[in-house]
Design a protein around this ligand. Structure first.
Ligand code: MIG
Length: 635
């Protein structure tokens, strides 16, 4: 690399938009408490673009493999890129810009070609763009009804409530605990009549329990991953205790698992989130036995500093172990060789993505005329065709909000347009100001979800001060006012291989200031945002590569003002949302509503200097997506 060579991409990964200067590993991992040092996240997205300085080379590289890939981007030597793969069966794509690309930037053109190779991104139903409230800890129908009522009473828009593992009976996939949700079907209907939907979670591990239908079917049909002997089911501990893992790499297993969603779609459910599909494992029978044996060694001993640390490491030592991932096998179609057993670590990164495919194909069979909502924790390039992702267990920390801003462009490059982080942070204790700032960012991400861990501070939007509740209402109203624009830009980006969210340098790749601008984003064609992500800062410097119109949204009203090209300090008080309409563009604002089913999409105003906006519209569910004949010109 030259001194100013930059590397962009790598999807779900920490640190900057420019990935140079660290070592990343593509290895789908359950990584609560991730930070700047984290090498592997939940997804494995092996695509990046190398850009030398002006006049130099720019090319994209995609390593197509299911096994571990290490990206040493100037870590060992700041001048070198070194990519190594565990497997030899890697298909490598090198993409250079098309000479006849017209006005398109080299970065965008390479990305578009890549996206053409990997196929069209998942498009959720329109309601998937509404506001989702979630928490690990909504235990009963009453809990959920209370959340919905509170939102209604306080005029806080609400589209859906997620159900975490508590709704299941003993953490059994596709079951509903009748004691907590005595009549899920009528409950789902009741909520849907108000435009609110339920989104239950499904986990990758199936509880090992004779007499539990899903387990029995999986066992008798040999659908679960096996040990080396090809006969014994591999067993590991997850939520329900000892569990087996459907071999999602096999088409027959996907078909079976996908068909199980019927238990819930029969109850009127139209959306799901798939969790723990890296797959996460708390322990295996083997690692647990080894840990207990090890503990024996410490019994009765006088533990000194070294032995004490060895002792305390034992209980955590069974978590997501590489040797456990080497202890079981997937069966997969190998080109030219038919179906073969492959040691899991060679195909590890495909597992979660294949679960998403199973769910997606199952839901398509169950609801052929309806798009359904689906997002997953683990993913790989390819599964972006079947569902979106949330970015896993983040923390209520300001720098995790910053990480999301920097991660979104990479996710979009890799086809994950439908994505977003747990707003306000999943773990740890959030604060009112962090929630306000993060919500102001969250209204621009397609997946907009407020989710938290059971032991974290409650953070529904009415848990803070009354003033904050008023601001949250305002922020949500802006999301809904922009929703037709967001939906329209999303579909256009998906259909054309574009970027719904992209960094400034995608449009200004020869401007050295834009190339270093890692905390501003374009949202669709017409909007730029520059979120405040530091505590107690009431504004920030913003770089404008072109003149724009500033929109200040506050108290349900907006004000506009012209901003010239260059650097400006932009005040962004906590009780407002600031965004910018790009040069020559128009952005429609519609009348907000309590959720998408209540939106009329008739009255609008256009923001910005542009004369018109081409709005893509459909019924919000159709599976037949095309732009032709669906575009209304707004003037
Ligand atoms: O190990 O289902 O990322 O969103 O709330 C925790 C409980 C398992 C991890 C998910 C999180 C979810 C939680 N799950």
């Amino acid at each position: 690399m030259q001194h100013d060579t930059r590397i962009f991409g790598l999807g779900e990964s920490v640190r900057g938009m420019n990935k140079r200067g660290y070592l990343y590993e593509s290895w789908c991992s359950d990584v609560p408490r991730q930070d700047e040092g984290t090498k592997s996240m939940y997804g494995s997205h092996n695509f990046f673009i190398v850009k030398e300085s002006e006049g130099g080379k720019t090319f994209g590289v995609f390593f197509d493999t299911g096994s571990r890939v290490t990206f040493d981007f100037g870590y060992t030597d700041y001048s070198d890129i070194c990519v190594s793969c565990q497997d030899t069966g890697v298909v490598l794509y090198v993409i250079t810009a098309d000479e006849n690309r017209g006005n398109e930037s080299v970065l965008m053109n390479i990305t578009r070609q890549f996206r053409k190779i990997i196929g069209q991104s998942y498009i959720p139903p329109r309601w998937g763009f509404g506001y989702q409230q979630s928490r690990w800890g909504y235990r009963t129908e009453e809990d959920v009804r209370d959340i919905v009522n509170k939102h209604k009473e306080l005029n806080l828009p609400l589209e859906a409530v997620c159900l975490d593992i508590d709704y299941m009976e003993d953490y059994k996939d596709f079951s509903v605990d009748k004691k907590k949700f005595p009549n899920m079907k009528s409950f789902a209907e009741e909520l849907k009549s108000e435009g609110v939907r339920l989104i239950p979670i499904i986990d990758a591990g199936v509880k090992l329990l004779d007499g539990y239908e899903v387990y029995d079917e999986g066992k008798s049909n040999n659908y679960f991953c096996k040990k080396e002997d090809g006969e014994t089911d591999y067993v590991a501990g997850v939520w329900p205790g000892r569990s087996c893992f459907p071999d999602f790499l096999r088409a027959d297993v996907r078909k079976w698992f996908g068909s199980k969603y019927k238990n819930l779609t029969d109850l009127g459910i139209e959306g799901f989130w798939n969790d723990m599909n890296e797959p996460a494992m708390f322990y295996s029978d083997e690692s647990l036995a080894a840990a207990f044996e090890k503990l024996e060694e410490f019994k009765g001993k006088n533990l000194d500093i070294n032995t004490f640390f060895d002792f305390s490491a034992v209980s955590g030592s069974t978590f997501n172990r590489l040797d456990d991932y080497q202890r079981f096998y997937n069966r997969a179609e190998v080109i030219g060789k038919g179906e073969k057993a492959l040691r899991h670590d060679y195909v590890h990164n495909l597992f979660g993505g294949k679960m998403t495919q199973a769910a997606s194909e199952g839901l398509k069979e169950l609801m052929p005329d309806h798009r359904t909502l689906l997002y997953s924790r683990a993913s790989c390039i390819g599964s972006h065709r079947y569902g979106g992702i949330w970015t896993g267990d983040n923390n209520a920390r300001w720098n995790h909000m910053e990480t999301e801003i920097k991660m979104l462009p990479g996710l979009n490059m890799c086809g994950y347009l439908y994505s977003g982080a747990d707003i306000g942070g999943f773990a740890e204790q959030t604060t009112e100001d962090l929630m306000l700032r993060w919500m102001a960012l969250g209204i621009f991400t397609p997946l907009m979800r407020n989710h938290s861990a059971w032991d974290a501070r409650e953070k529904e939007l009415y848990r803070f001060s009354n003033k904050a509740t008023d601001t949250f209402r305002d922020i949500l109203n802006l999301r809904y006012a922009l929703l037709p624009y967001i939906y329209s830009e999303y579909v256009k980006a998906a259909v054309t291989g574009g970027m719904f969210i992209r960094p400034v340098y995608f449009d200004y790749e020869n401007d050295c200031r834009s190339l270093e601008c890692q905390d501003q984003l374009f949202i669709g064609e017409g909007i730029m945002i520059a979120p405040v992500y530091k505590q107690n800062e009431n504004g920030r410097m913003v770089y404008f590569p072109e003149p724009m119109i500033q929109v200040t949204w506050k108290d349900g009203k907006y004000e506009t003002k012209k901003i010239s090209k260059g650097d400006h300090y932009i005040r962004q008080p906590l009780d407002s949302v600031i965004f910018f309409v790009r040069k020559g563009k128009a952005v429609p604002l519609f009348k907000p509503a309590m959720n998408t089913s209540q939106m009329k999409n008739d009255k609008y105003t256009l923001l910005g200097k542009g004369k018109s906006y081409e709005l893509y519209e459909d019924d919000g569910f159709t599976t037949d997506i095309h732009l032709e004949g669906r575009v209304r010109v707004l003037r």
